[in-house]
Design a protein around this ligand. Structure first.
Ligand code: 5RP
Length: 218
C-alpha cells in the first residue's frame, strides 16, 4: 500500500464513529480529504458538518454537505482530523496545513477526537516534524526570539497566510518530551495565537492506516 492508500483506509474506517443525524467536526489535510469523500457517501444520514478550514468547507459544500458556523452548534459528538505526528499518549503535532487554530477550536467543542493517520505519523518523541506556531504578523520576530530561548529553531513559512490572517513559524529541532507543558509555555508567549501541539486535548481514538489496512489504537 502507498502512504496515500493507508490514509484512505484510515479515513474510511472513521465513518464508524459518525453518529447518524449528527453534525460532524471535520479537520483539514489530505487524509481528511479522503474522509470527506467517504462522508459524502452517507451525507443523507448526517445533519451536516463544522469545518476547520476554508479548504475543507469548499470540499464539503461541493458534495452538498451543509457546513454550520461553530457558533450555531452547541454539541459535536465527534471531530475527525489527521496529524503530522502522534505519540503513544495520543498527543499530536498538527498544523502542517496551517489550519491549527481552527482545528484546535473545533476539537475543543467535540466529545471525541478521532485521529486518522497513516502509520508513518507514529513517533516515540514529538518534534521531528517542525512544530507550527500561528503568530500575529507584527509579533513574528519577537515570538521567534522567544522560541529560540525555548531551544527551538523557528523558520518563517514564507508566502503562507492562515485563514485567520496570521503567519506561521515552523519550529525545528525540538525534542518535545513534555508536550503538555510545552503547549502551555508556547501559548503563553505574547503574539502567539496557538501552537500545533494537541496534548492538553489529544486524540481519544487513533485510526491508523497500515499496509494491512486500518487498525484502531486506543
Ligand atoms: C492541517 C493538519 C493536518 O491534519 C496534518 O498536516 C496532516 O495532514 P495530512 O493528512 O495531509 O498528512 O494539521 O493543519
Amino acid at each position: 500500500m502507498t502512504q496515500d492508500e493507508m490514509k484512505k483506509a484510515a479515513a474510511i474506517k472513521a465513518l464508524d464513529y459518525v453518529e447518524k443525524g449528527s453534525i460532524v467536526g471535520v479537520g483539514t489535510g489530505s487524509t481528511v480529504n479522503h474522509f470527506i469523500d467517504a462522508l459524502a457517501t452517507m451525507k443523507h444520514d448526517i445533519e451536516g458538518a463544522v469545518s476547520s478550514s476554508e479548504a475543507s468547507t469548499e470540499k464539503l459544500e461541493a458534495y452538498g454537505i451543509e457546513v454550520f458556523d461553530l457558533n450555531s452548534v452547541d454539541k459535536l459528538s465527534v471531530y475527525v482530523d489527521g496529524a503530522d505526528e502522534i505519540n503513544a499518549q495520543n498527543h499530536m503535532i498538527k498544523g502542517g496545513g496551517a489550519a491549527l487554530t481552527r482545528e484546535k477550536i473545533v476539537a475543543a467543542v467535540a466529545d471525541s477526537f478521532v485521529c486518522i493517520a497513516d502509520e508513518t505519523k507514529v513517533v516515540d518523541v514529538l518534534g521531528q516534524f517542525p512544530l507550527p506556531v500561528e503568530v500575529i504578523p507584527m509579533a513574528r520576530s519577537y515570538v521567534a526570539r522567544e522560541l529560540v530561548k525555548l531551544g527551538g529553531d523557528p523558520v518563517y513559512r514564507e508566502g503562507v497566510i492562515t485563514d485567520n490572517g496570521n503567519v506561521i513559524l515552523d519550529v525545528h529541532n525540538m525534542q518535545i518530551t513534555d508536550p503538555v507543558a510545552m503547549e502551555t509555555r508556547i501559548n503563553a508567549i505574547v503574539g502567539v495565537v496557538t501552537n500545533g501541539l494537541f496534548a492538553q486535548r489529544g486524540a481519544n481514538v487513533l485510526v491508523l492506516g497500515t499496509p494491512q489496512g486500518s487498525k484502531v489504537v486506543g
